[in-house]
Design a protein around this ligand. Sequence first.
Ligand code: MRU
Length: 361
Amino acid sequence: MSSNNQVYPVIWNDQSPAETLRGHVLLIDQTRLPNEYAVVEINRYEDMARAIETMIVRGAPAIGVAAAYGVYLGARDIQTTDRGEFLAQLEPIAQRLRATRPTAVNLFWAIDRMVKTAHQTLGAVAYLKQTLLDTAKAINADDVQTCHQIGDHGLEALPASPDKLRLLTHCNAGALATAGYGTALGVVRSAWRDGRLERVYADETRPRLQGAKLTAWECVQEGIPVTVITDNMAAHCMQRGMIDAVVVGADRIAANGDAANKIGTYSVALIAKAHNIPFFVAAPLSTIDFAIADGAQIPIEERNPSEVHTVGETLLCPTGAEFYNPAFDVTPAALIKAIITEYGAIAPAALKDQLASKQVV
Ligand code: MRU
């Protein structure tokens, strides 16, 4: 966390100004929040791969940034001055990082950009390494700026009344899930900054509780009023007129606007529709996968059943039961009012045409 209380979950730390290449990555350990604020130092790509798998760092844009640094850390340790040999040795490093989590396309987007940069950069291996570090730093810095743009476009897309909005969000699409500021929580932050927010309702988000632990933590840090509810309370809150709009993040958006996000998002979208409450998805261009026609083709990560049957040391279920633990679900485009990107809020059906007209895809 910086001195101005802003949260940056992935930062590059130079060893010394003269030894930039020998620096390391600092990750906020998100598995320990909110009880403990701890920072983990990452020096090797394999440690970065494990940090992504174990969700020390999590959230689609944040794992993209982390993986980009991971590619650099792997590249740094390659012991050759031969360019062809260097590029050959880079591939298994990229592959290991790609294999960490399957759903968030930002991970693949960032790794592919790093590998492409290595192939397209002419010069000695030392220069390639420097260029890879510079590229990872650029991915990191760009994401913070992108989130601010998403926040401000989201503010324009939110309902004009009431004056002060009550927004529901699911999981954590905050500063912790990005390079900083957040996507869905970026919209929340912009609304708070401009006096348009009354309160955030944070679904606790079983099984890993990112809403209760991380979204609530971020809001409390900044004095944003937040109420944590269990996932099965959202319908009740909507029925009672307590929610004006829903804003969530995404891990991968298909060409038709179907959006994969944390498990439970689809149910929130369905109940929002039933109550005529606008449902927004906030995500950067790097989350959109135009290679995938619709949500049925988005790979859904299945995680360890222990996340369902055990909390801390406590077993919640009888032995003998079976468990299913998909980490994400897909909200059909028809339930989404707009996808809020750094290029503006776009109706899902117009996604490709509008981004093409801005010459960004
Ligand atoms: O499993 P997680 O915690 O990585 O899932 C995170 C989410 O589903 C977020 O909503 C999504 O990545 C968007 S982050 C800006």
